[in-house]
Design a protein around this ligand. Structure first.
Ligand SMILES: Nc1nc2c(ncn2[C@@H]2O[C@H](COP(=O)(O)OP(=O)(O)OP(=O)(O)O)[C@@H](O)[C@H]2O)c(=O)[nH]1
Ligand SMILES: [Mg+2]
Length: 331
């Protein structure tokens, strides 16, 4: 399971009550008021954390609240402050108001945080109300309720490069070859059921993030297959790689695969039609790929630099591909 959208109800803690108490000690008659203030309620804080891969944790936790503040007590003692509840979310999480759908915050970087609901203030004890003219106030105030909200968390991965292709084209093999992660690959469609995020580490420590999503098929925009609901994870990428099976092993023509993929993307979000892209012709280690390749060279005669012949399994052509990804991203 990979959860990328959840609705939750959150509430900050209530402030603790102030109390009425009197100082009673031997030989000190009329010791005066000593009721302490209540502690503040805990707040709800949302924080981005790169270590958190998805919103799975929230799946069975729809109602979350921070601790209440404790009541004050005698001897001027203030009640304990309620602990804040820190909710960790992956980078790329949007926080929306459940009712209005307004975006309240977009977590794009690690450690960004948002105080979503403030804890209620603690009430005041009778000690607080002592004045020169009223030495023995016989009242206190209750703690204030904490703020509450109904929100939607929606994850849209933030990657530089998105891999888009039919099932079985070799997207997961490619991300395993290029990036720091090893993901499941197999010779059947829909091996990948959830997005994978990996990165290429460059000299100097900077990184290129790559997202691999489940395969897209014709009719995806009408909810066929799996990939469509995951397209949101490539919406924010700067560069798309159309990964095609140039061997046509599944009996399709890679050139028409490309048309279908681009068409499905445009139906999902017309802006994706203008996103820079490269065409990755995978499985070029096979004899069957030769004929298909010639069709691409004819069609892209004037624009050959966007074509990349590779074999994700044999690691051929991948260095050149990374070089071009870098130069396009730098632009
Ligand atoms: N011959 C050859 N086979 C490859 C190459 N790259 C991937 N494959 C094979 O193609 C099959 C599918 O690879 P995956 O990486 O799982 O494909 P995918 O696009 O992630 O597939 P889904 O997750 O189902 O969408 C596997 O059996 C791979 O071993 C390649 O360069 N050459
Ligand atoms: Mg895969």
């Amino acid at each position: 399971m990979f959860t990328d959208c959840v609705k939750i109800k959150v509430s900050a803690g209530k402030g603790g009550n102030g109390v009425i108490a009197w100082r009673r000690e031997k030989y000190i008659p009329k010791g005066g008021p000593c009721g302490g203030n209540g502690g503040k309620g805990g707040s709800i804080i949302i924080e981005a954390d790169v270590q958190v891969p998805s919103l799975d944790w929230y799946r069975n936790r729809r109602i979350l609240s921070a601790d209440n503040g404790a009541s004050g007590s005698s001897n001027h003692r203030q009640g304990k402050t309620g602990q804040d509840l820190i909710l960790k979310v992956p980078c790329g999480t949007l926080v929306k108001d459940s009712n209005t759908k307004e975006i309240l915050f977009d977590f794009t970087e690690d450690k960004q945080s948002l105080v979503l609901c403030r804890g209620g203030k603690g009430g005041l004890g009778n000690d607080f109300f002592k004045t020169a003219t009223n030495r023995a106030p016989n009242y206190c105030t209750p703690g204030k309720p904490g703020e509450a909200a109904e929100i939607e968390l929606e994850l849209k991965l933030i990657a530089d490069v998105g891999l888009v292709g039919y099932p079985n084209a070799g997207k997961s093999t490619l991300i395993s070859t290029l990036a720091d992660i090893r993901v499941k690959t197999a010779a059947y469609p829909f091996t990948t059921l959830k997005p994978n995020l990996g990165f290429i580490e460059l000299e100097g420590g900077s990184r290129i993030f790559i997202a691999d999503i489940p395969g897209i098929i014709e009719g995806a925009h009408r909810n066929k297959g799996l990939g469509f609901e995951f397209l949101k994870h490539i919406e924010r990428t700067k560069l798309l790689l159309f990964v095609l099976d140039a061997s046509g092993i599944d009996g399709r023509d890679p050139l028409s695969d490309l048309h279908v993929l681009r068409d499905e993307l445009t139906k999902y979000n017309p802006e994706l039609a203008n996103r820079p892209y490269l065409i990755v012709l995978n499985k070029c280690d096979t004899d069957e790929s030769k004929e298909h390749l010639s069709h691409f060279y004819e069609k892209y005669e004037s624009n050959r630099e966007i074509l990349h012949e590779i074999s994700a399994i044999a690691y051929t052509g991948t260095e050149e591909l990374v070089r071009q990804i870098r130069s396009l991203l730098n632009r």
